[in-house]
Design a protein around this ligand. Structure first.
Ligand SMILES: Nc1ncnc2c1ncn2[C@@H]1O[C@H](COP(=O)(O)OP(=O)(O)OP(=O)(O)O)[C@@H](O)[C@H]1O
Ligand SMILES: [Mg+2]
Length: 222
């Protein structure tokens, strides 16, 4: 798996958020995207996932232009905003996972993932009664059900306590060790704690830098 981004630019209407952003990632890489609130991190991810439409020639997955890309199940995504998440009818965690999988998964796979994420005990709990941190983990399990090659985690701003944050980072680490390519978005200063291989910094003034850990690849765009 290879992701190539060439001079990505994106605007909401006349409001430019990203200009001339270039980077490459390979299987097994671990990219941290950092930047303060409003610097364009989620916008960048939505471009990568095709939610924000970009022009052809800017983003390629395995040499296929994103505008032609079809294999979206290669991607697992946990979005940033689920503070207001609510199901209209009562559904347990187990039931939600059962109906959320694109591929056929057996129950033991689901149970193993729940155990790995430390939420095995809430399998019969109503999805609407979970805390933000629990819900985040349920969504990571859901994203993992399709065996994604790339897992994209837009870290929620909602206050996850310190202990849960540590647990979250450890889990990401474990998934990375399994060979999954990770893209983790954060606006905190926790990055020293993370074993990332690549770092994209978004400074909020349209400048960005992309570095391989220990090696500066390109800097000071614009
Ligand atoms: N759908 C949209 N339409 C118009 N402007 C938007 C839209 N989504 C985001 N923006 C604007 O684009 C800018 C970047 O927003 P984005 O959500 O990408 O920032 P972020 O780095 O993810 O911030 P945070 O750390 O708060 O999550 C902000 O000024 C935001 O107001
Ligand atoms: Mg964001």
């Amino acid at each position: 798996m290879q992701i190539n981004i060439n001079n990505l630019s994106f605007a909401y209407g006349t409001k430019t958020i990203i200009t001339n952003l270039s980077l490459s990632l390979n299987s097994g890489d671990y990219l941290v995207v950092r930047g303060k609130n409003g610097s364009g991190k989620s916008t960048f991810i939505k471009c990568l996932l095709g939610f924000n439409q970009v022009k052809s020639g800017m983003i390629f997955f395995d040499k296929v232009d994103i505008t032609e890309f079809k294999s979206w199940t290669k991607f697992g995504y946990v979005s940033q905003n689920f503070d207001d998440f609510n199901y209209e009818f009562p559904l347990t965690v187990g039931e939600l996972l059962q109906i959320s999988s694109l591929k056929k998964t057996d129950e033991s796979t689901r149970l193993k993932l729940l155990e790995k994420m430390g939420i095995f005990d809430i399998i019969n709990q109503n999805i609407n009664s979970l805390s933000g941190g629990q819900l985040q983990r349920v969504f990571i399990v859901r994203a993992m059900l399709n065996n994604p090659e790339v897992l994209i985690l837009d870290e929620p701003t909602a206050s996850i306590d310190k202990q849960n944050k540590e647990f979250f980072y450890d889990t990401v680490e474990e998934l990375h060790q399994l060979g999954i390519t990770i893209v983790l978005i954060t606006h905190t200063d926790d990055i020293e704690r993370l074993n990332y291989t690549h770092l994209l910094s978004m400074y909020g003034d349209l400048t960005t830098t992309f570095e391989e850990r220990g090696v500066e690849i390109s800097g000071g765009v614009l």
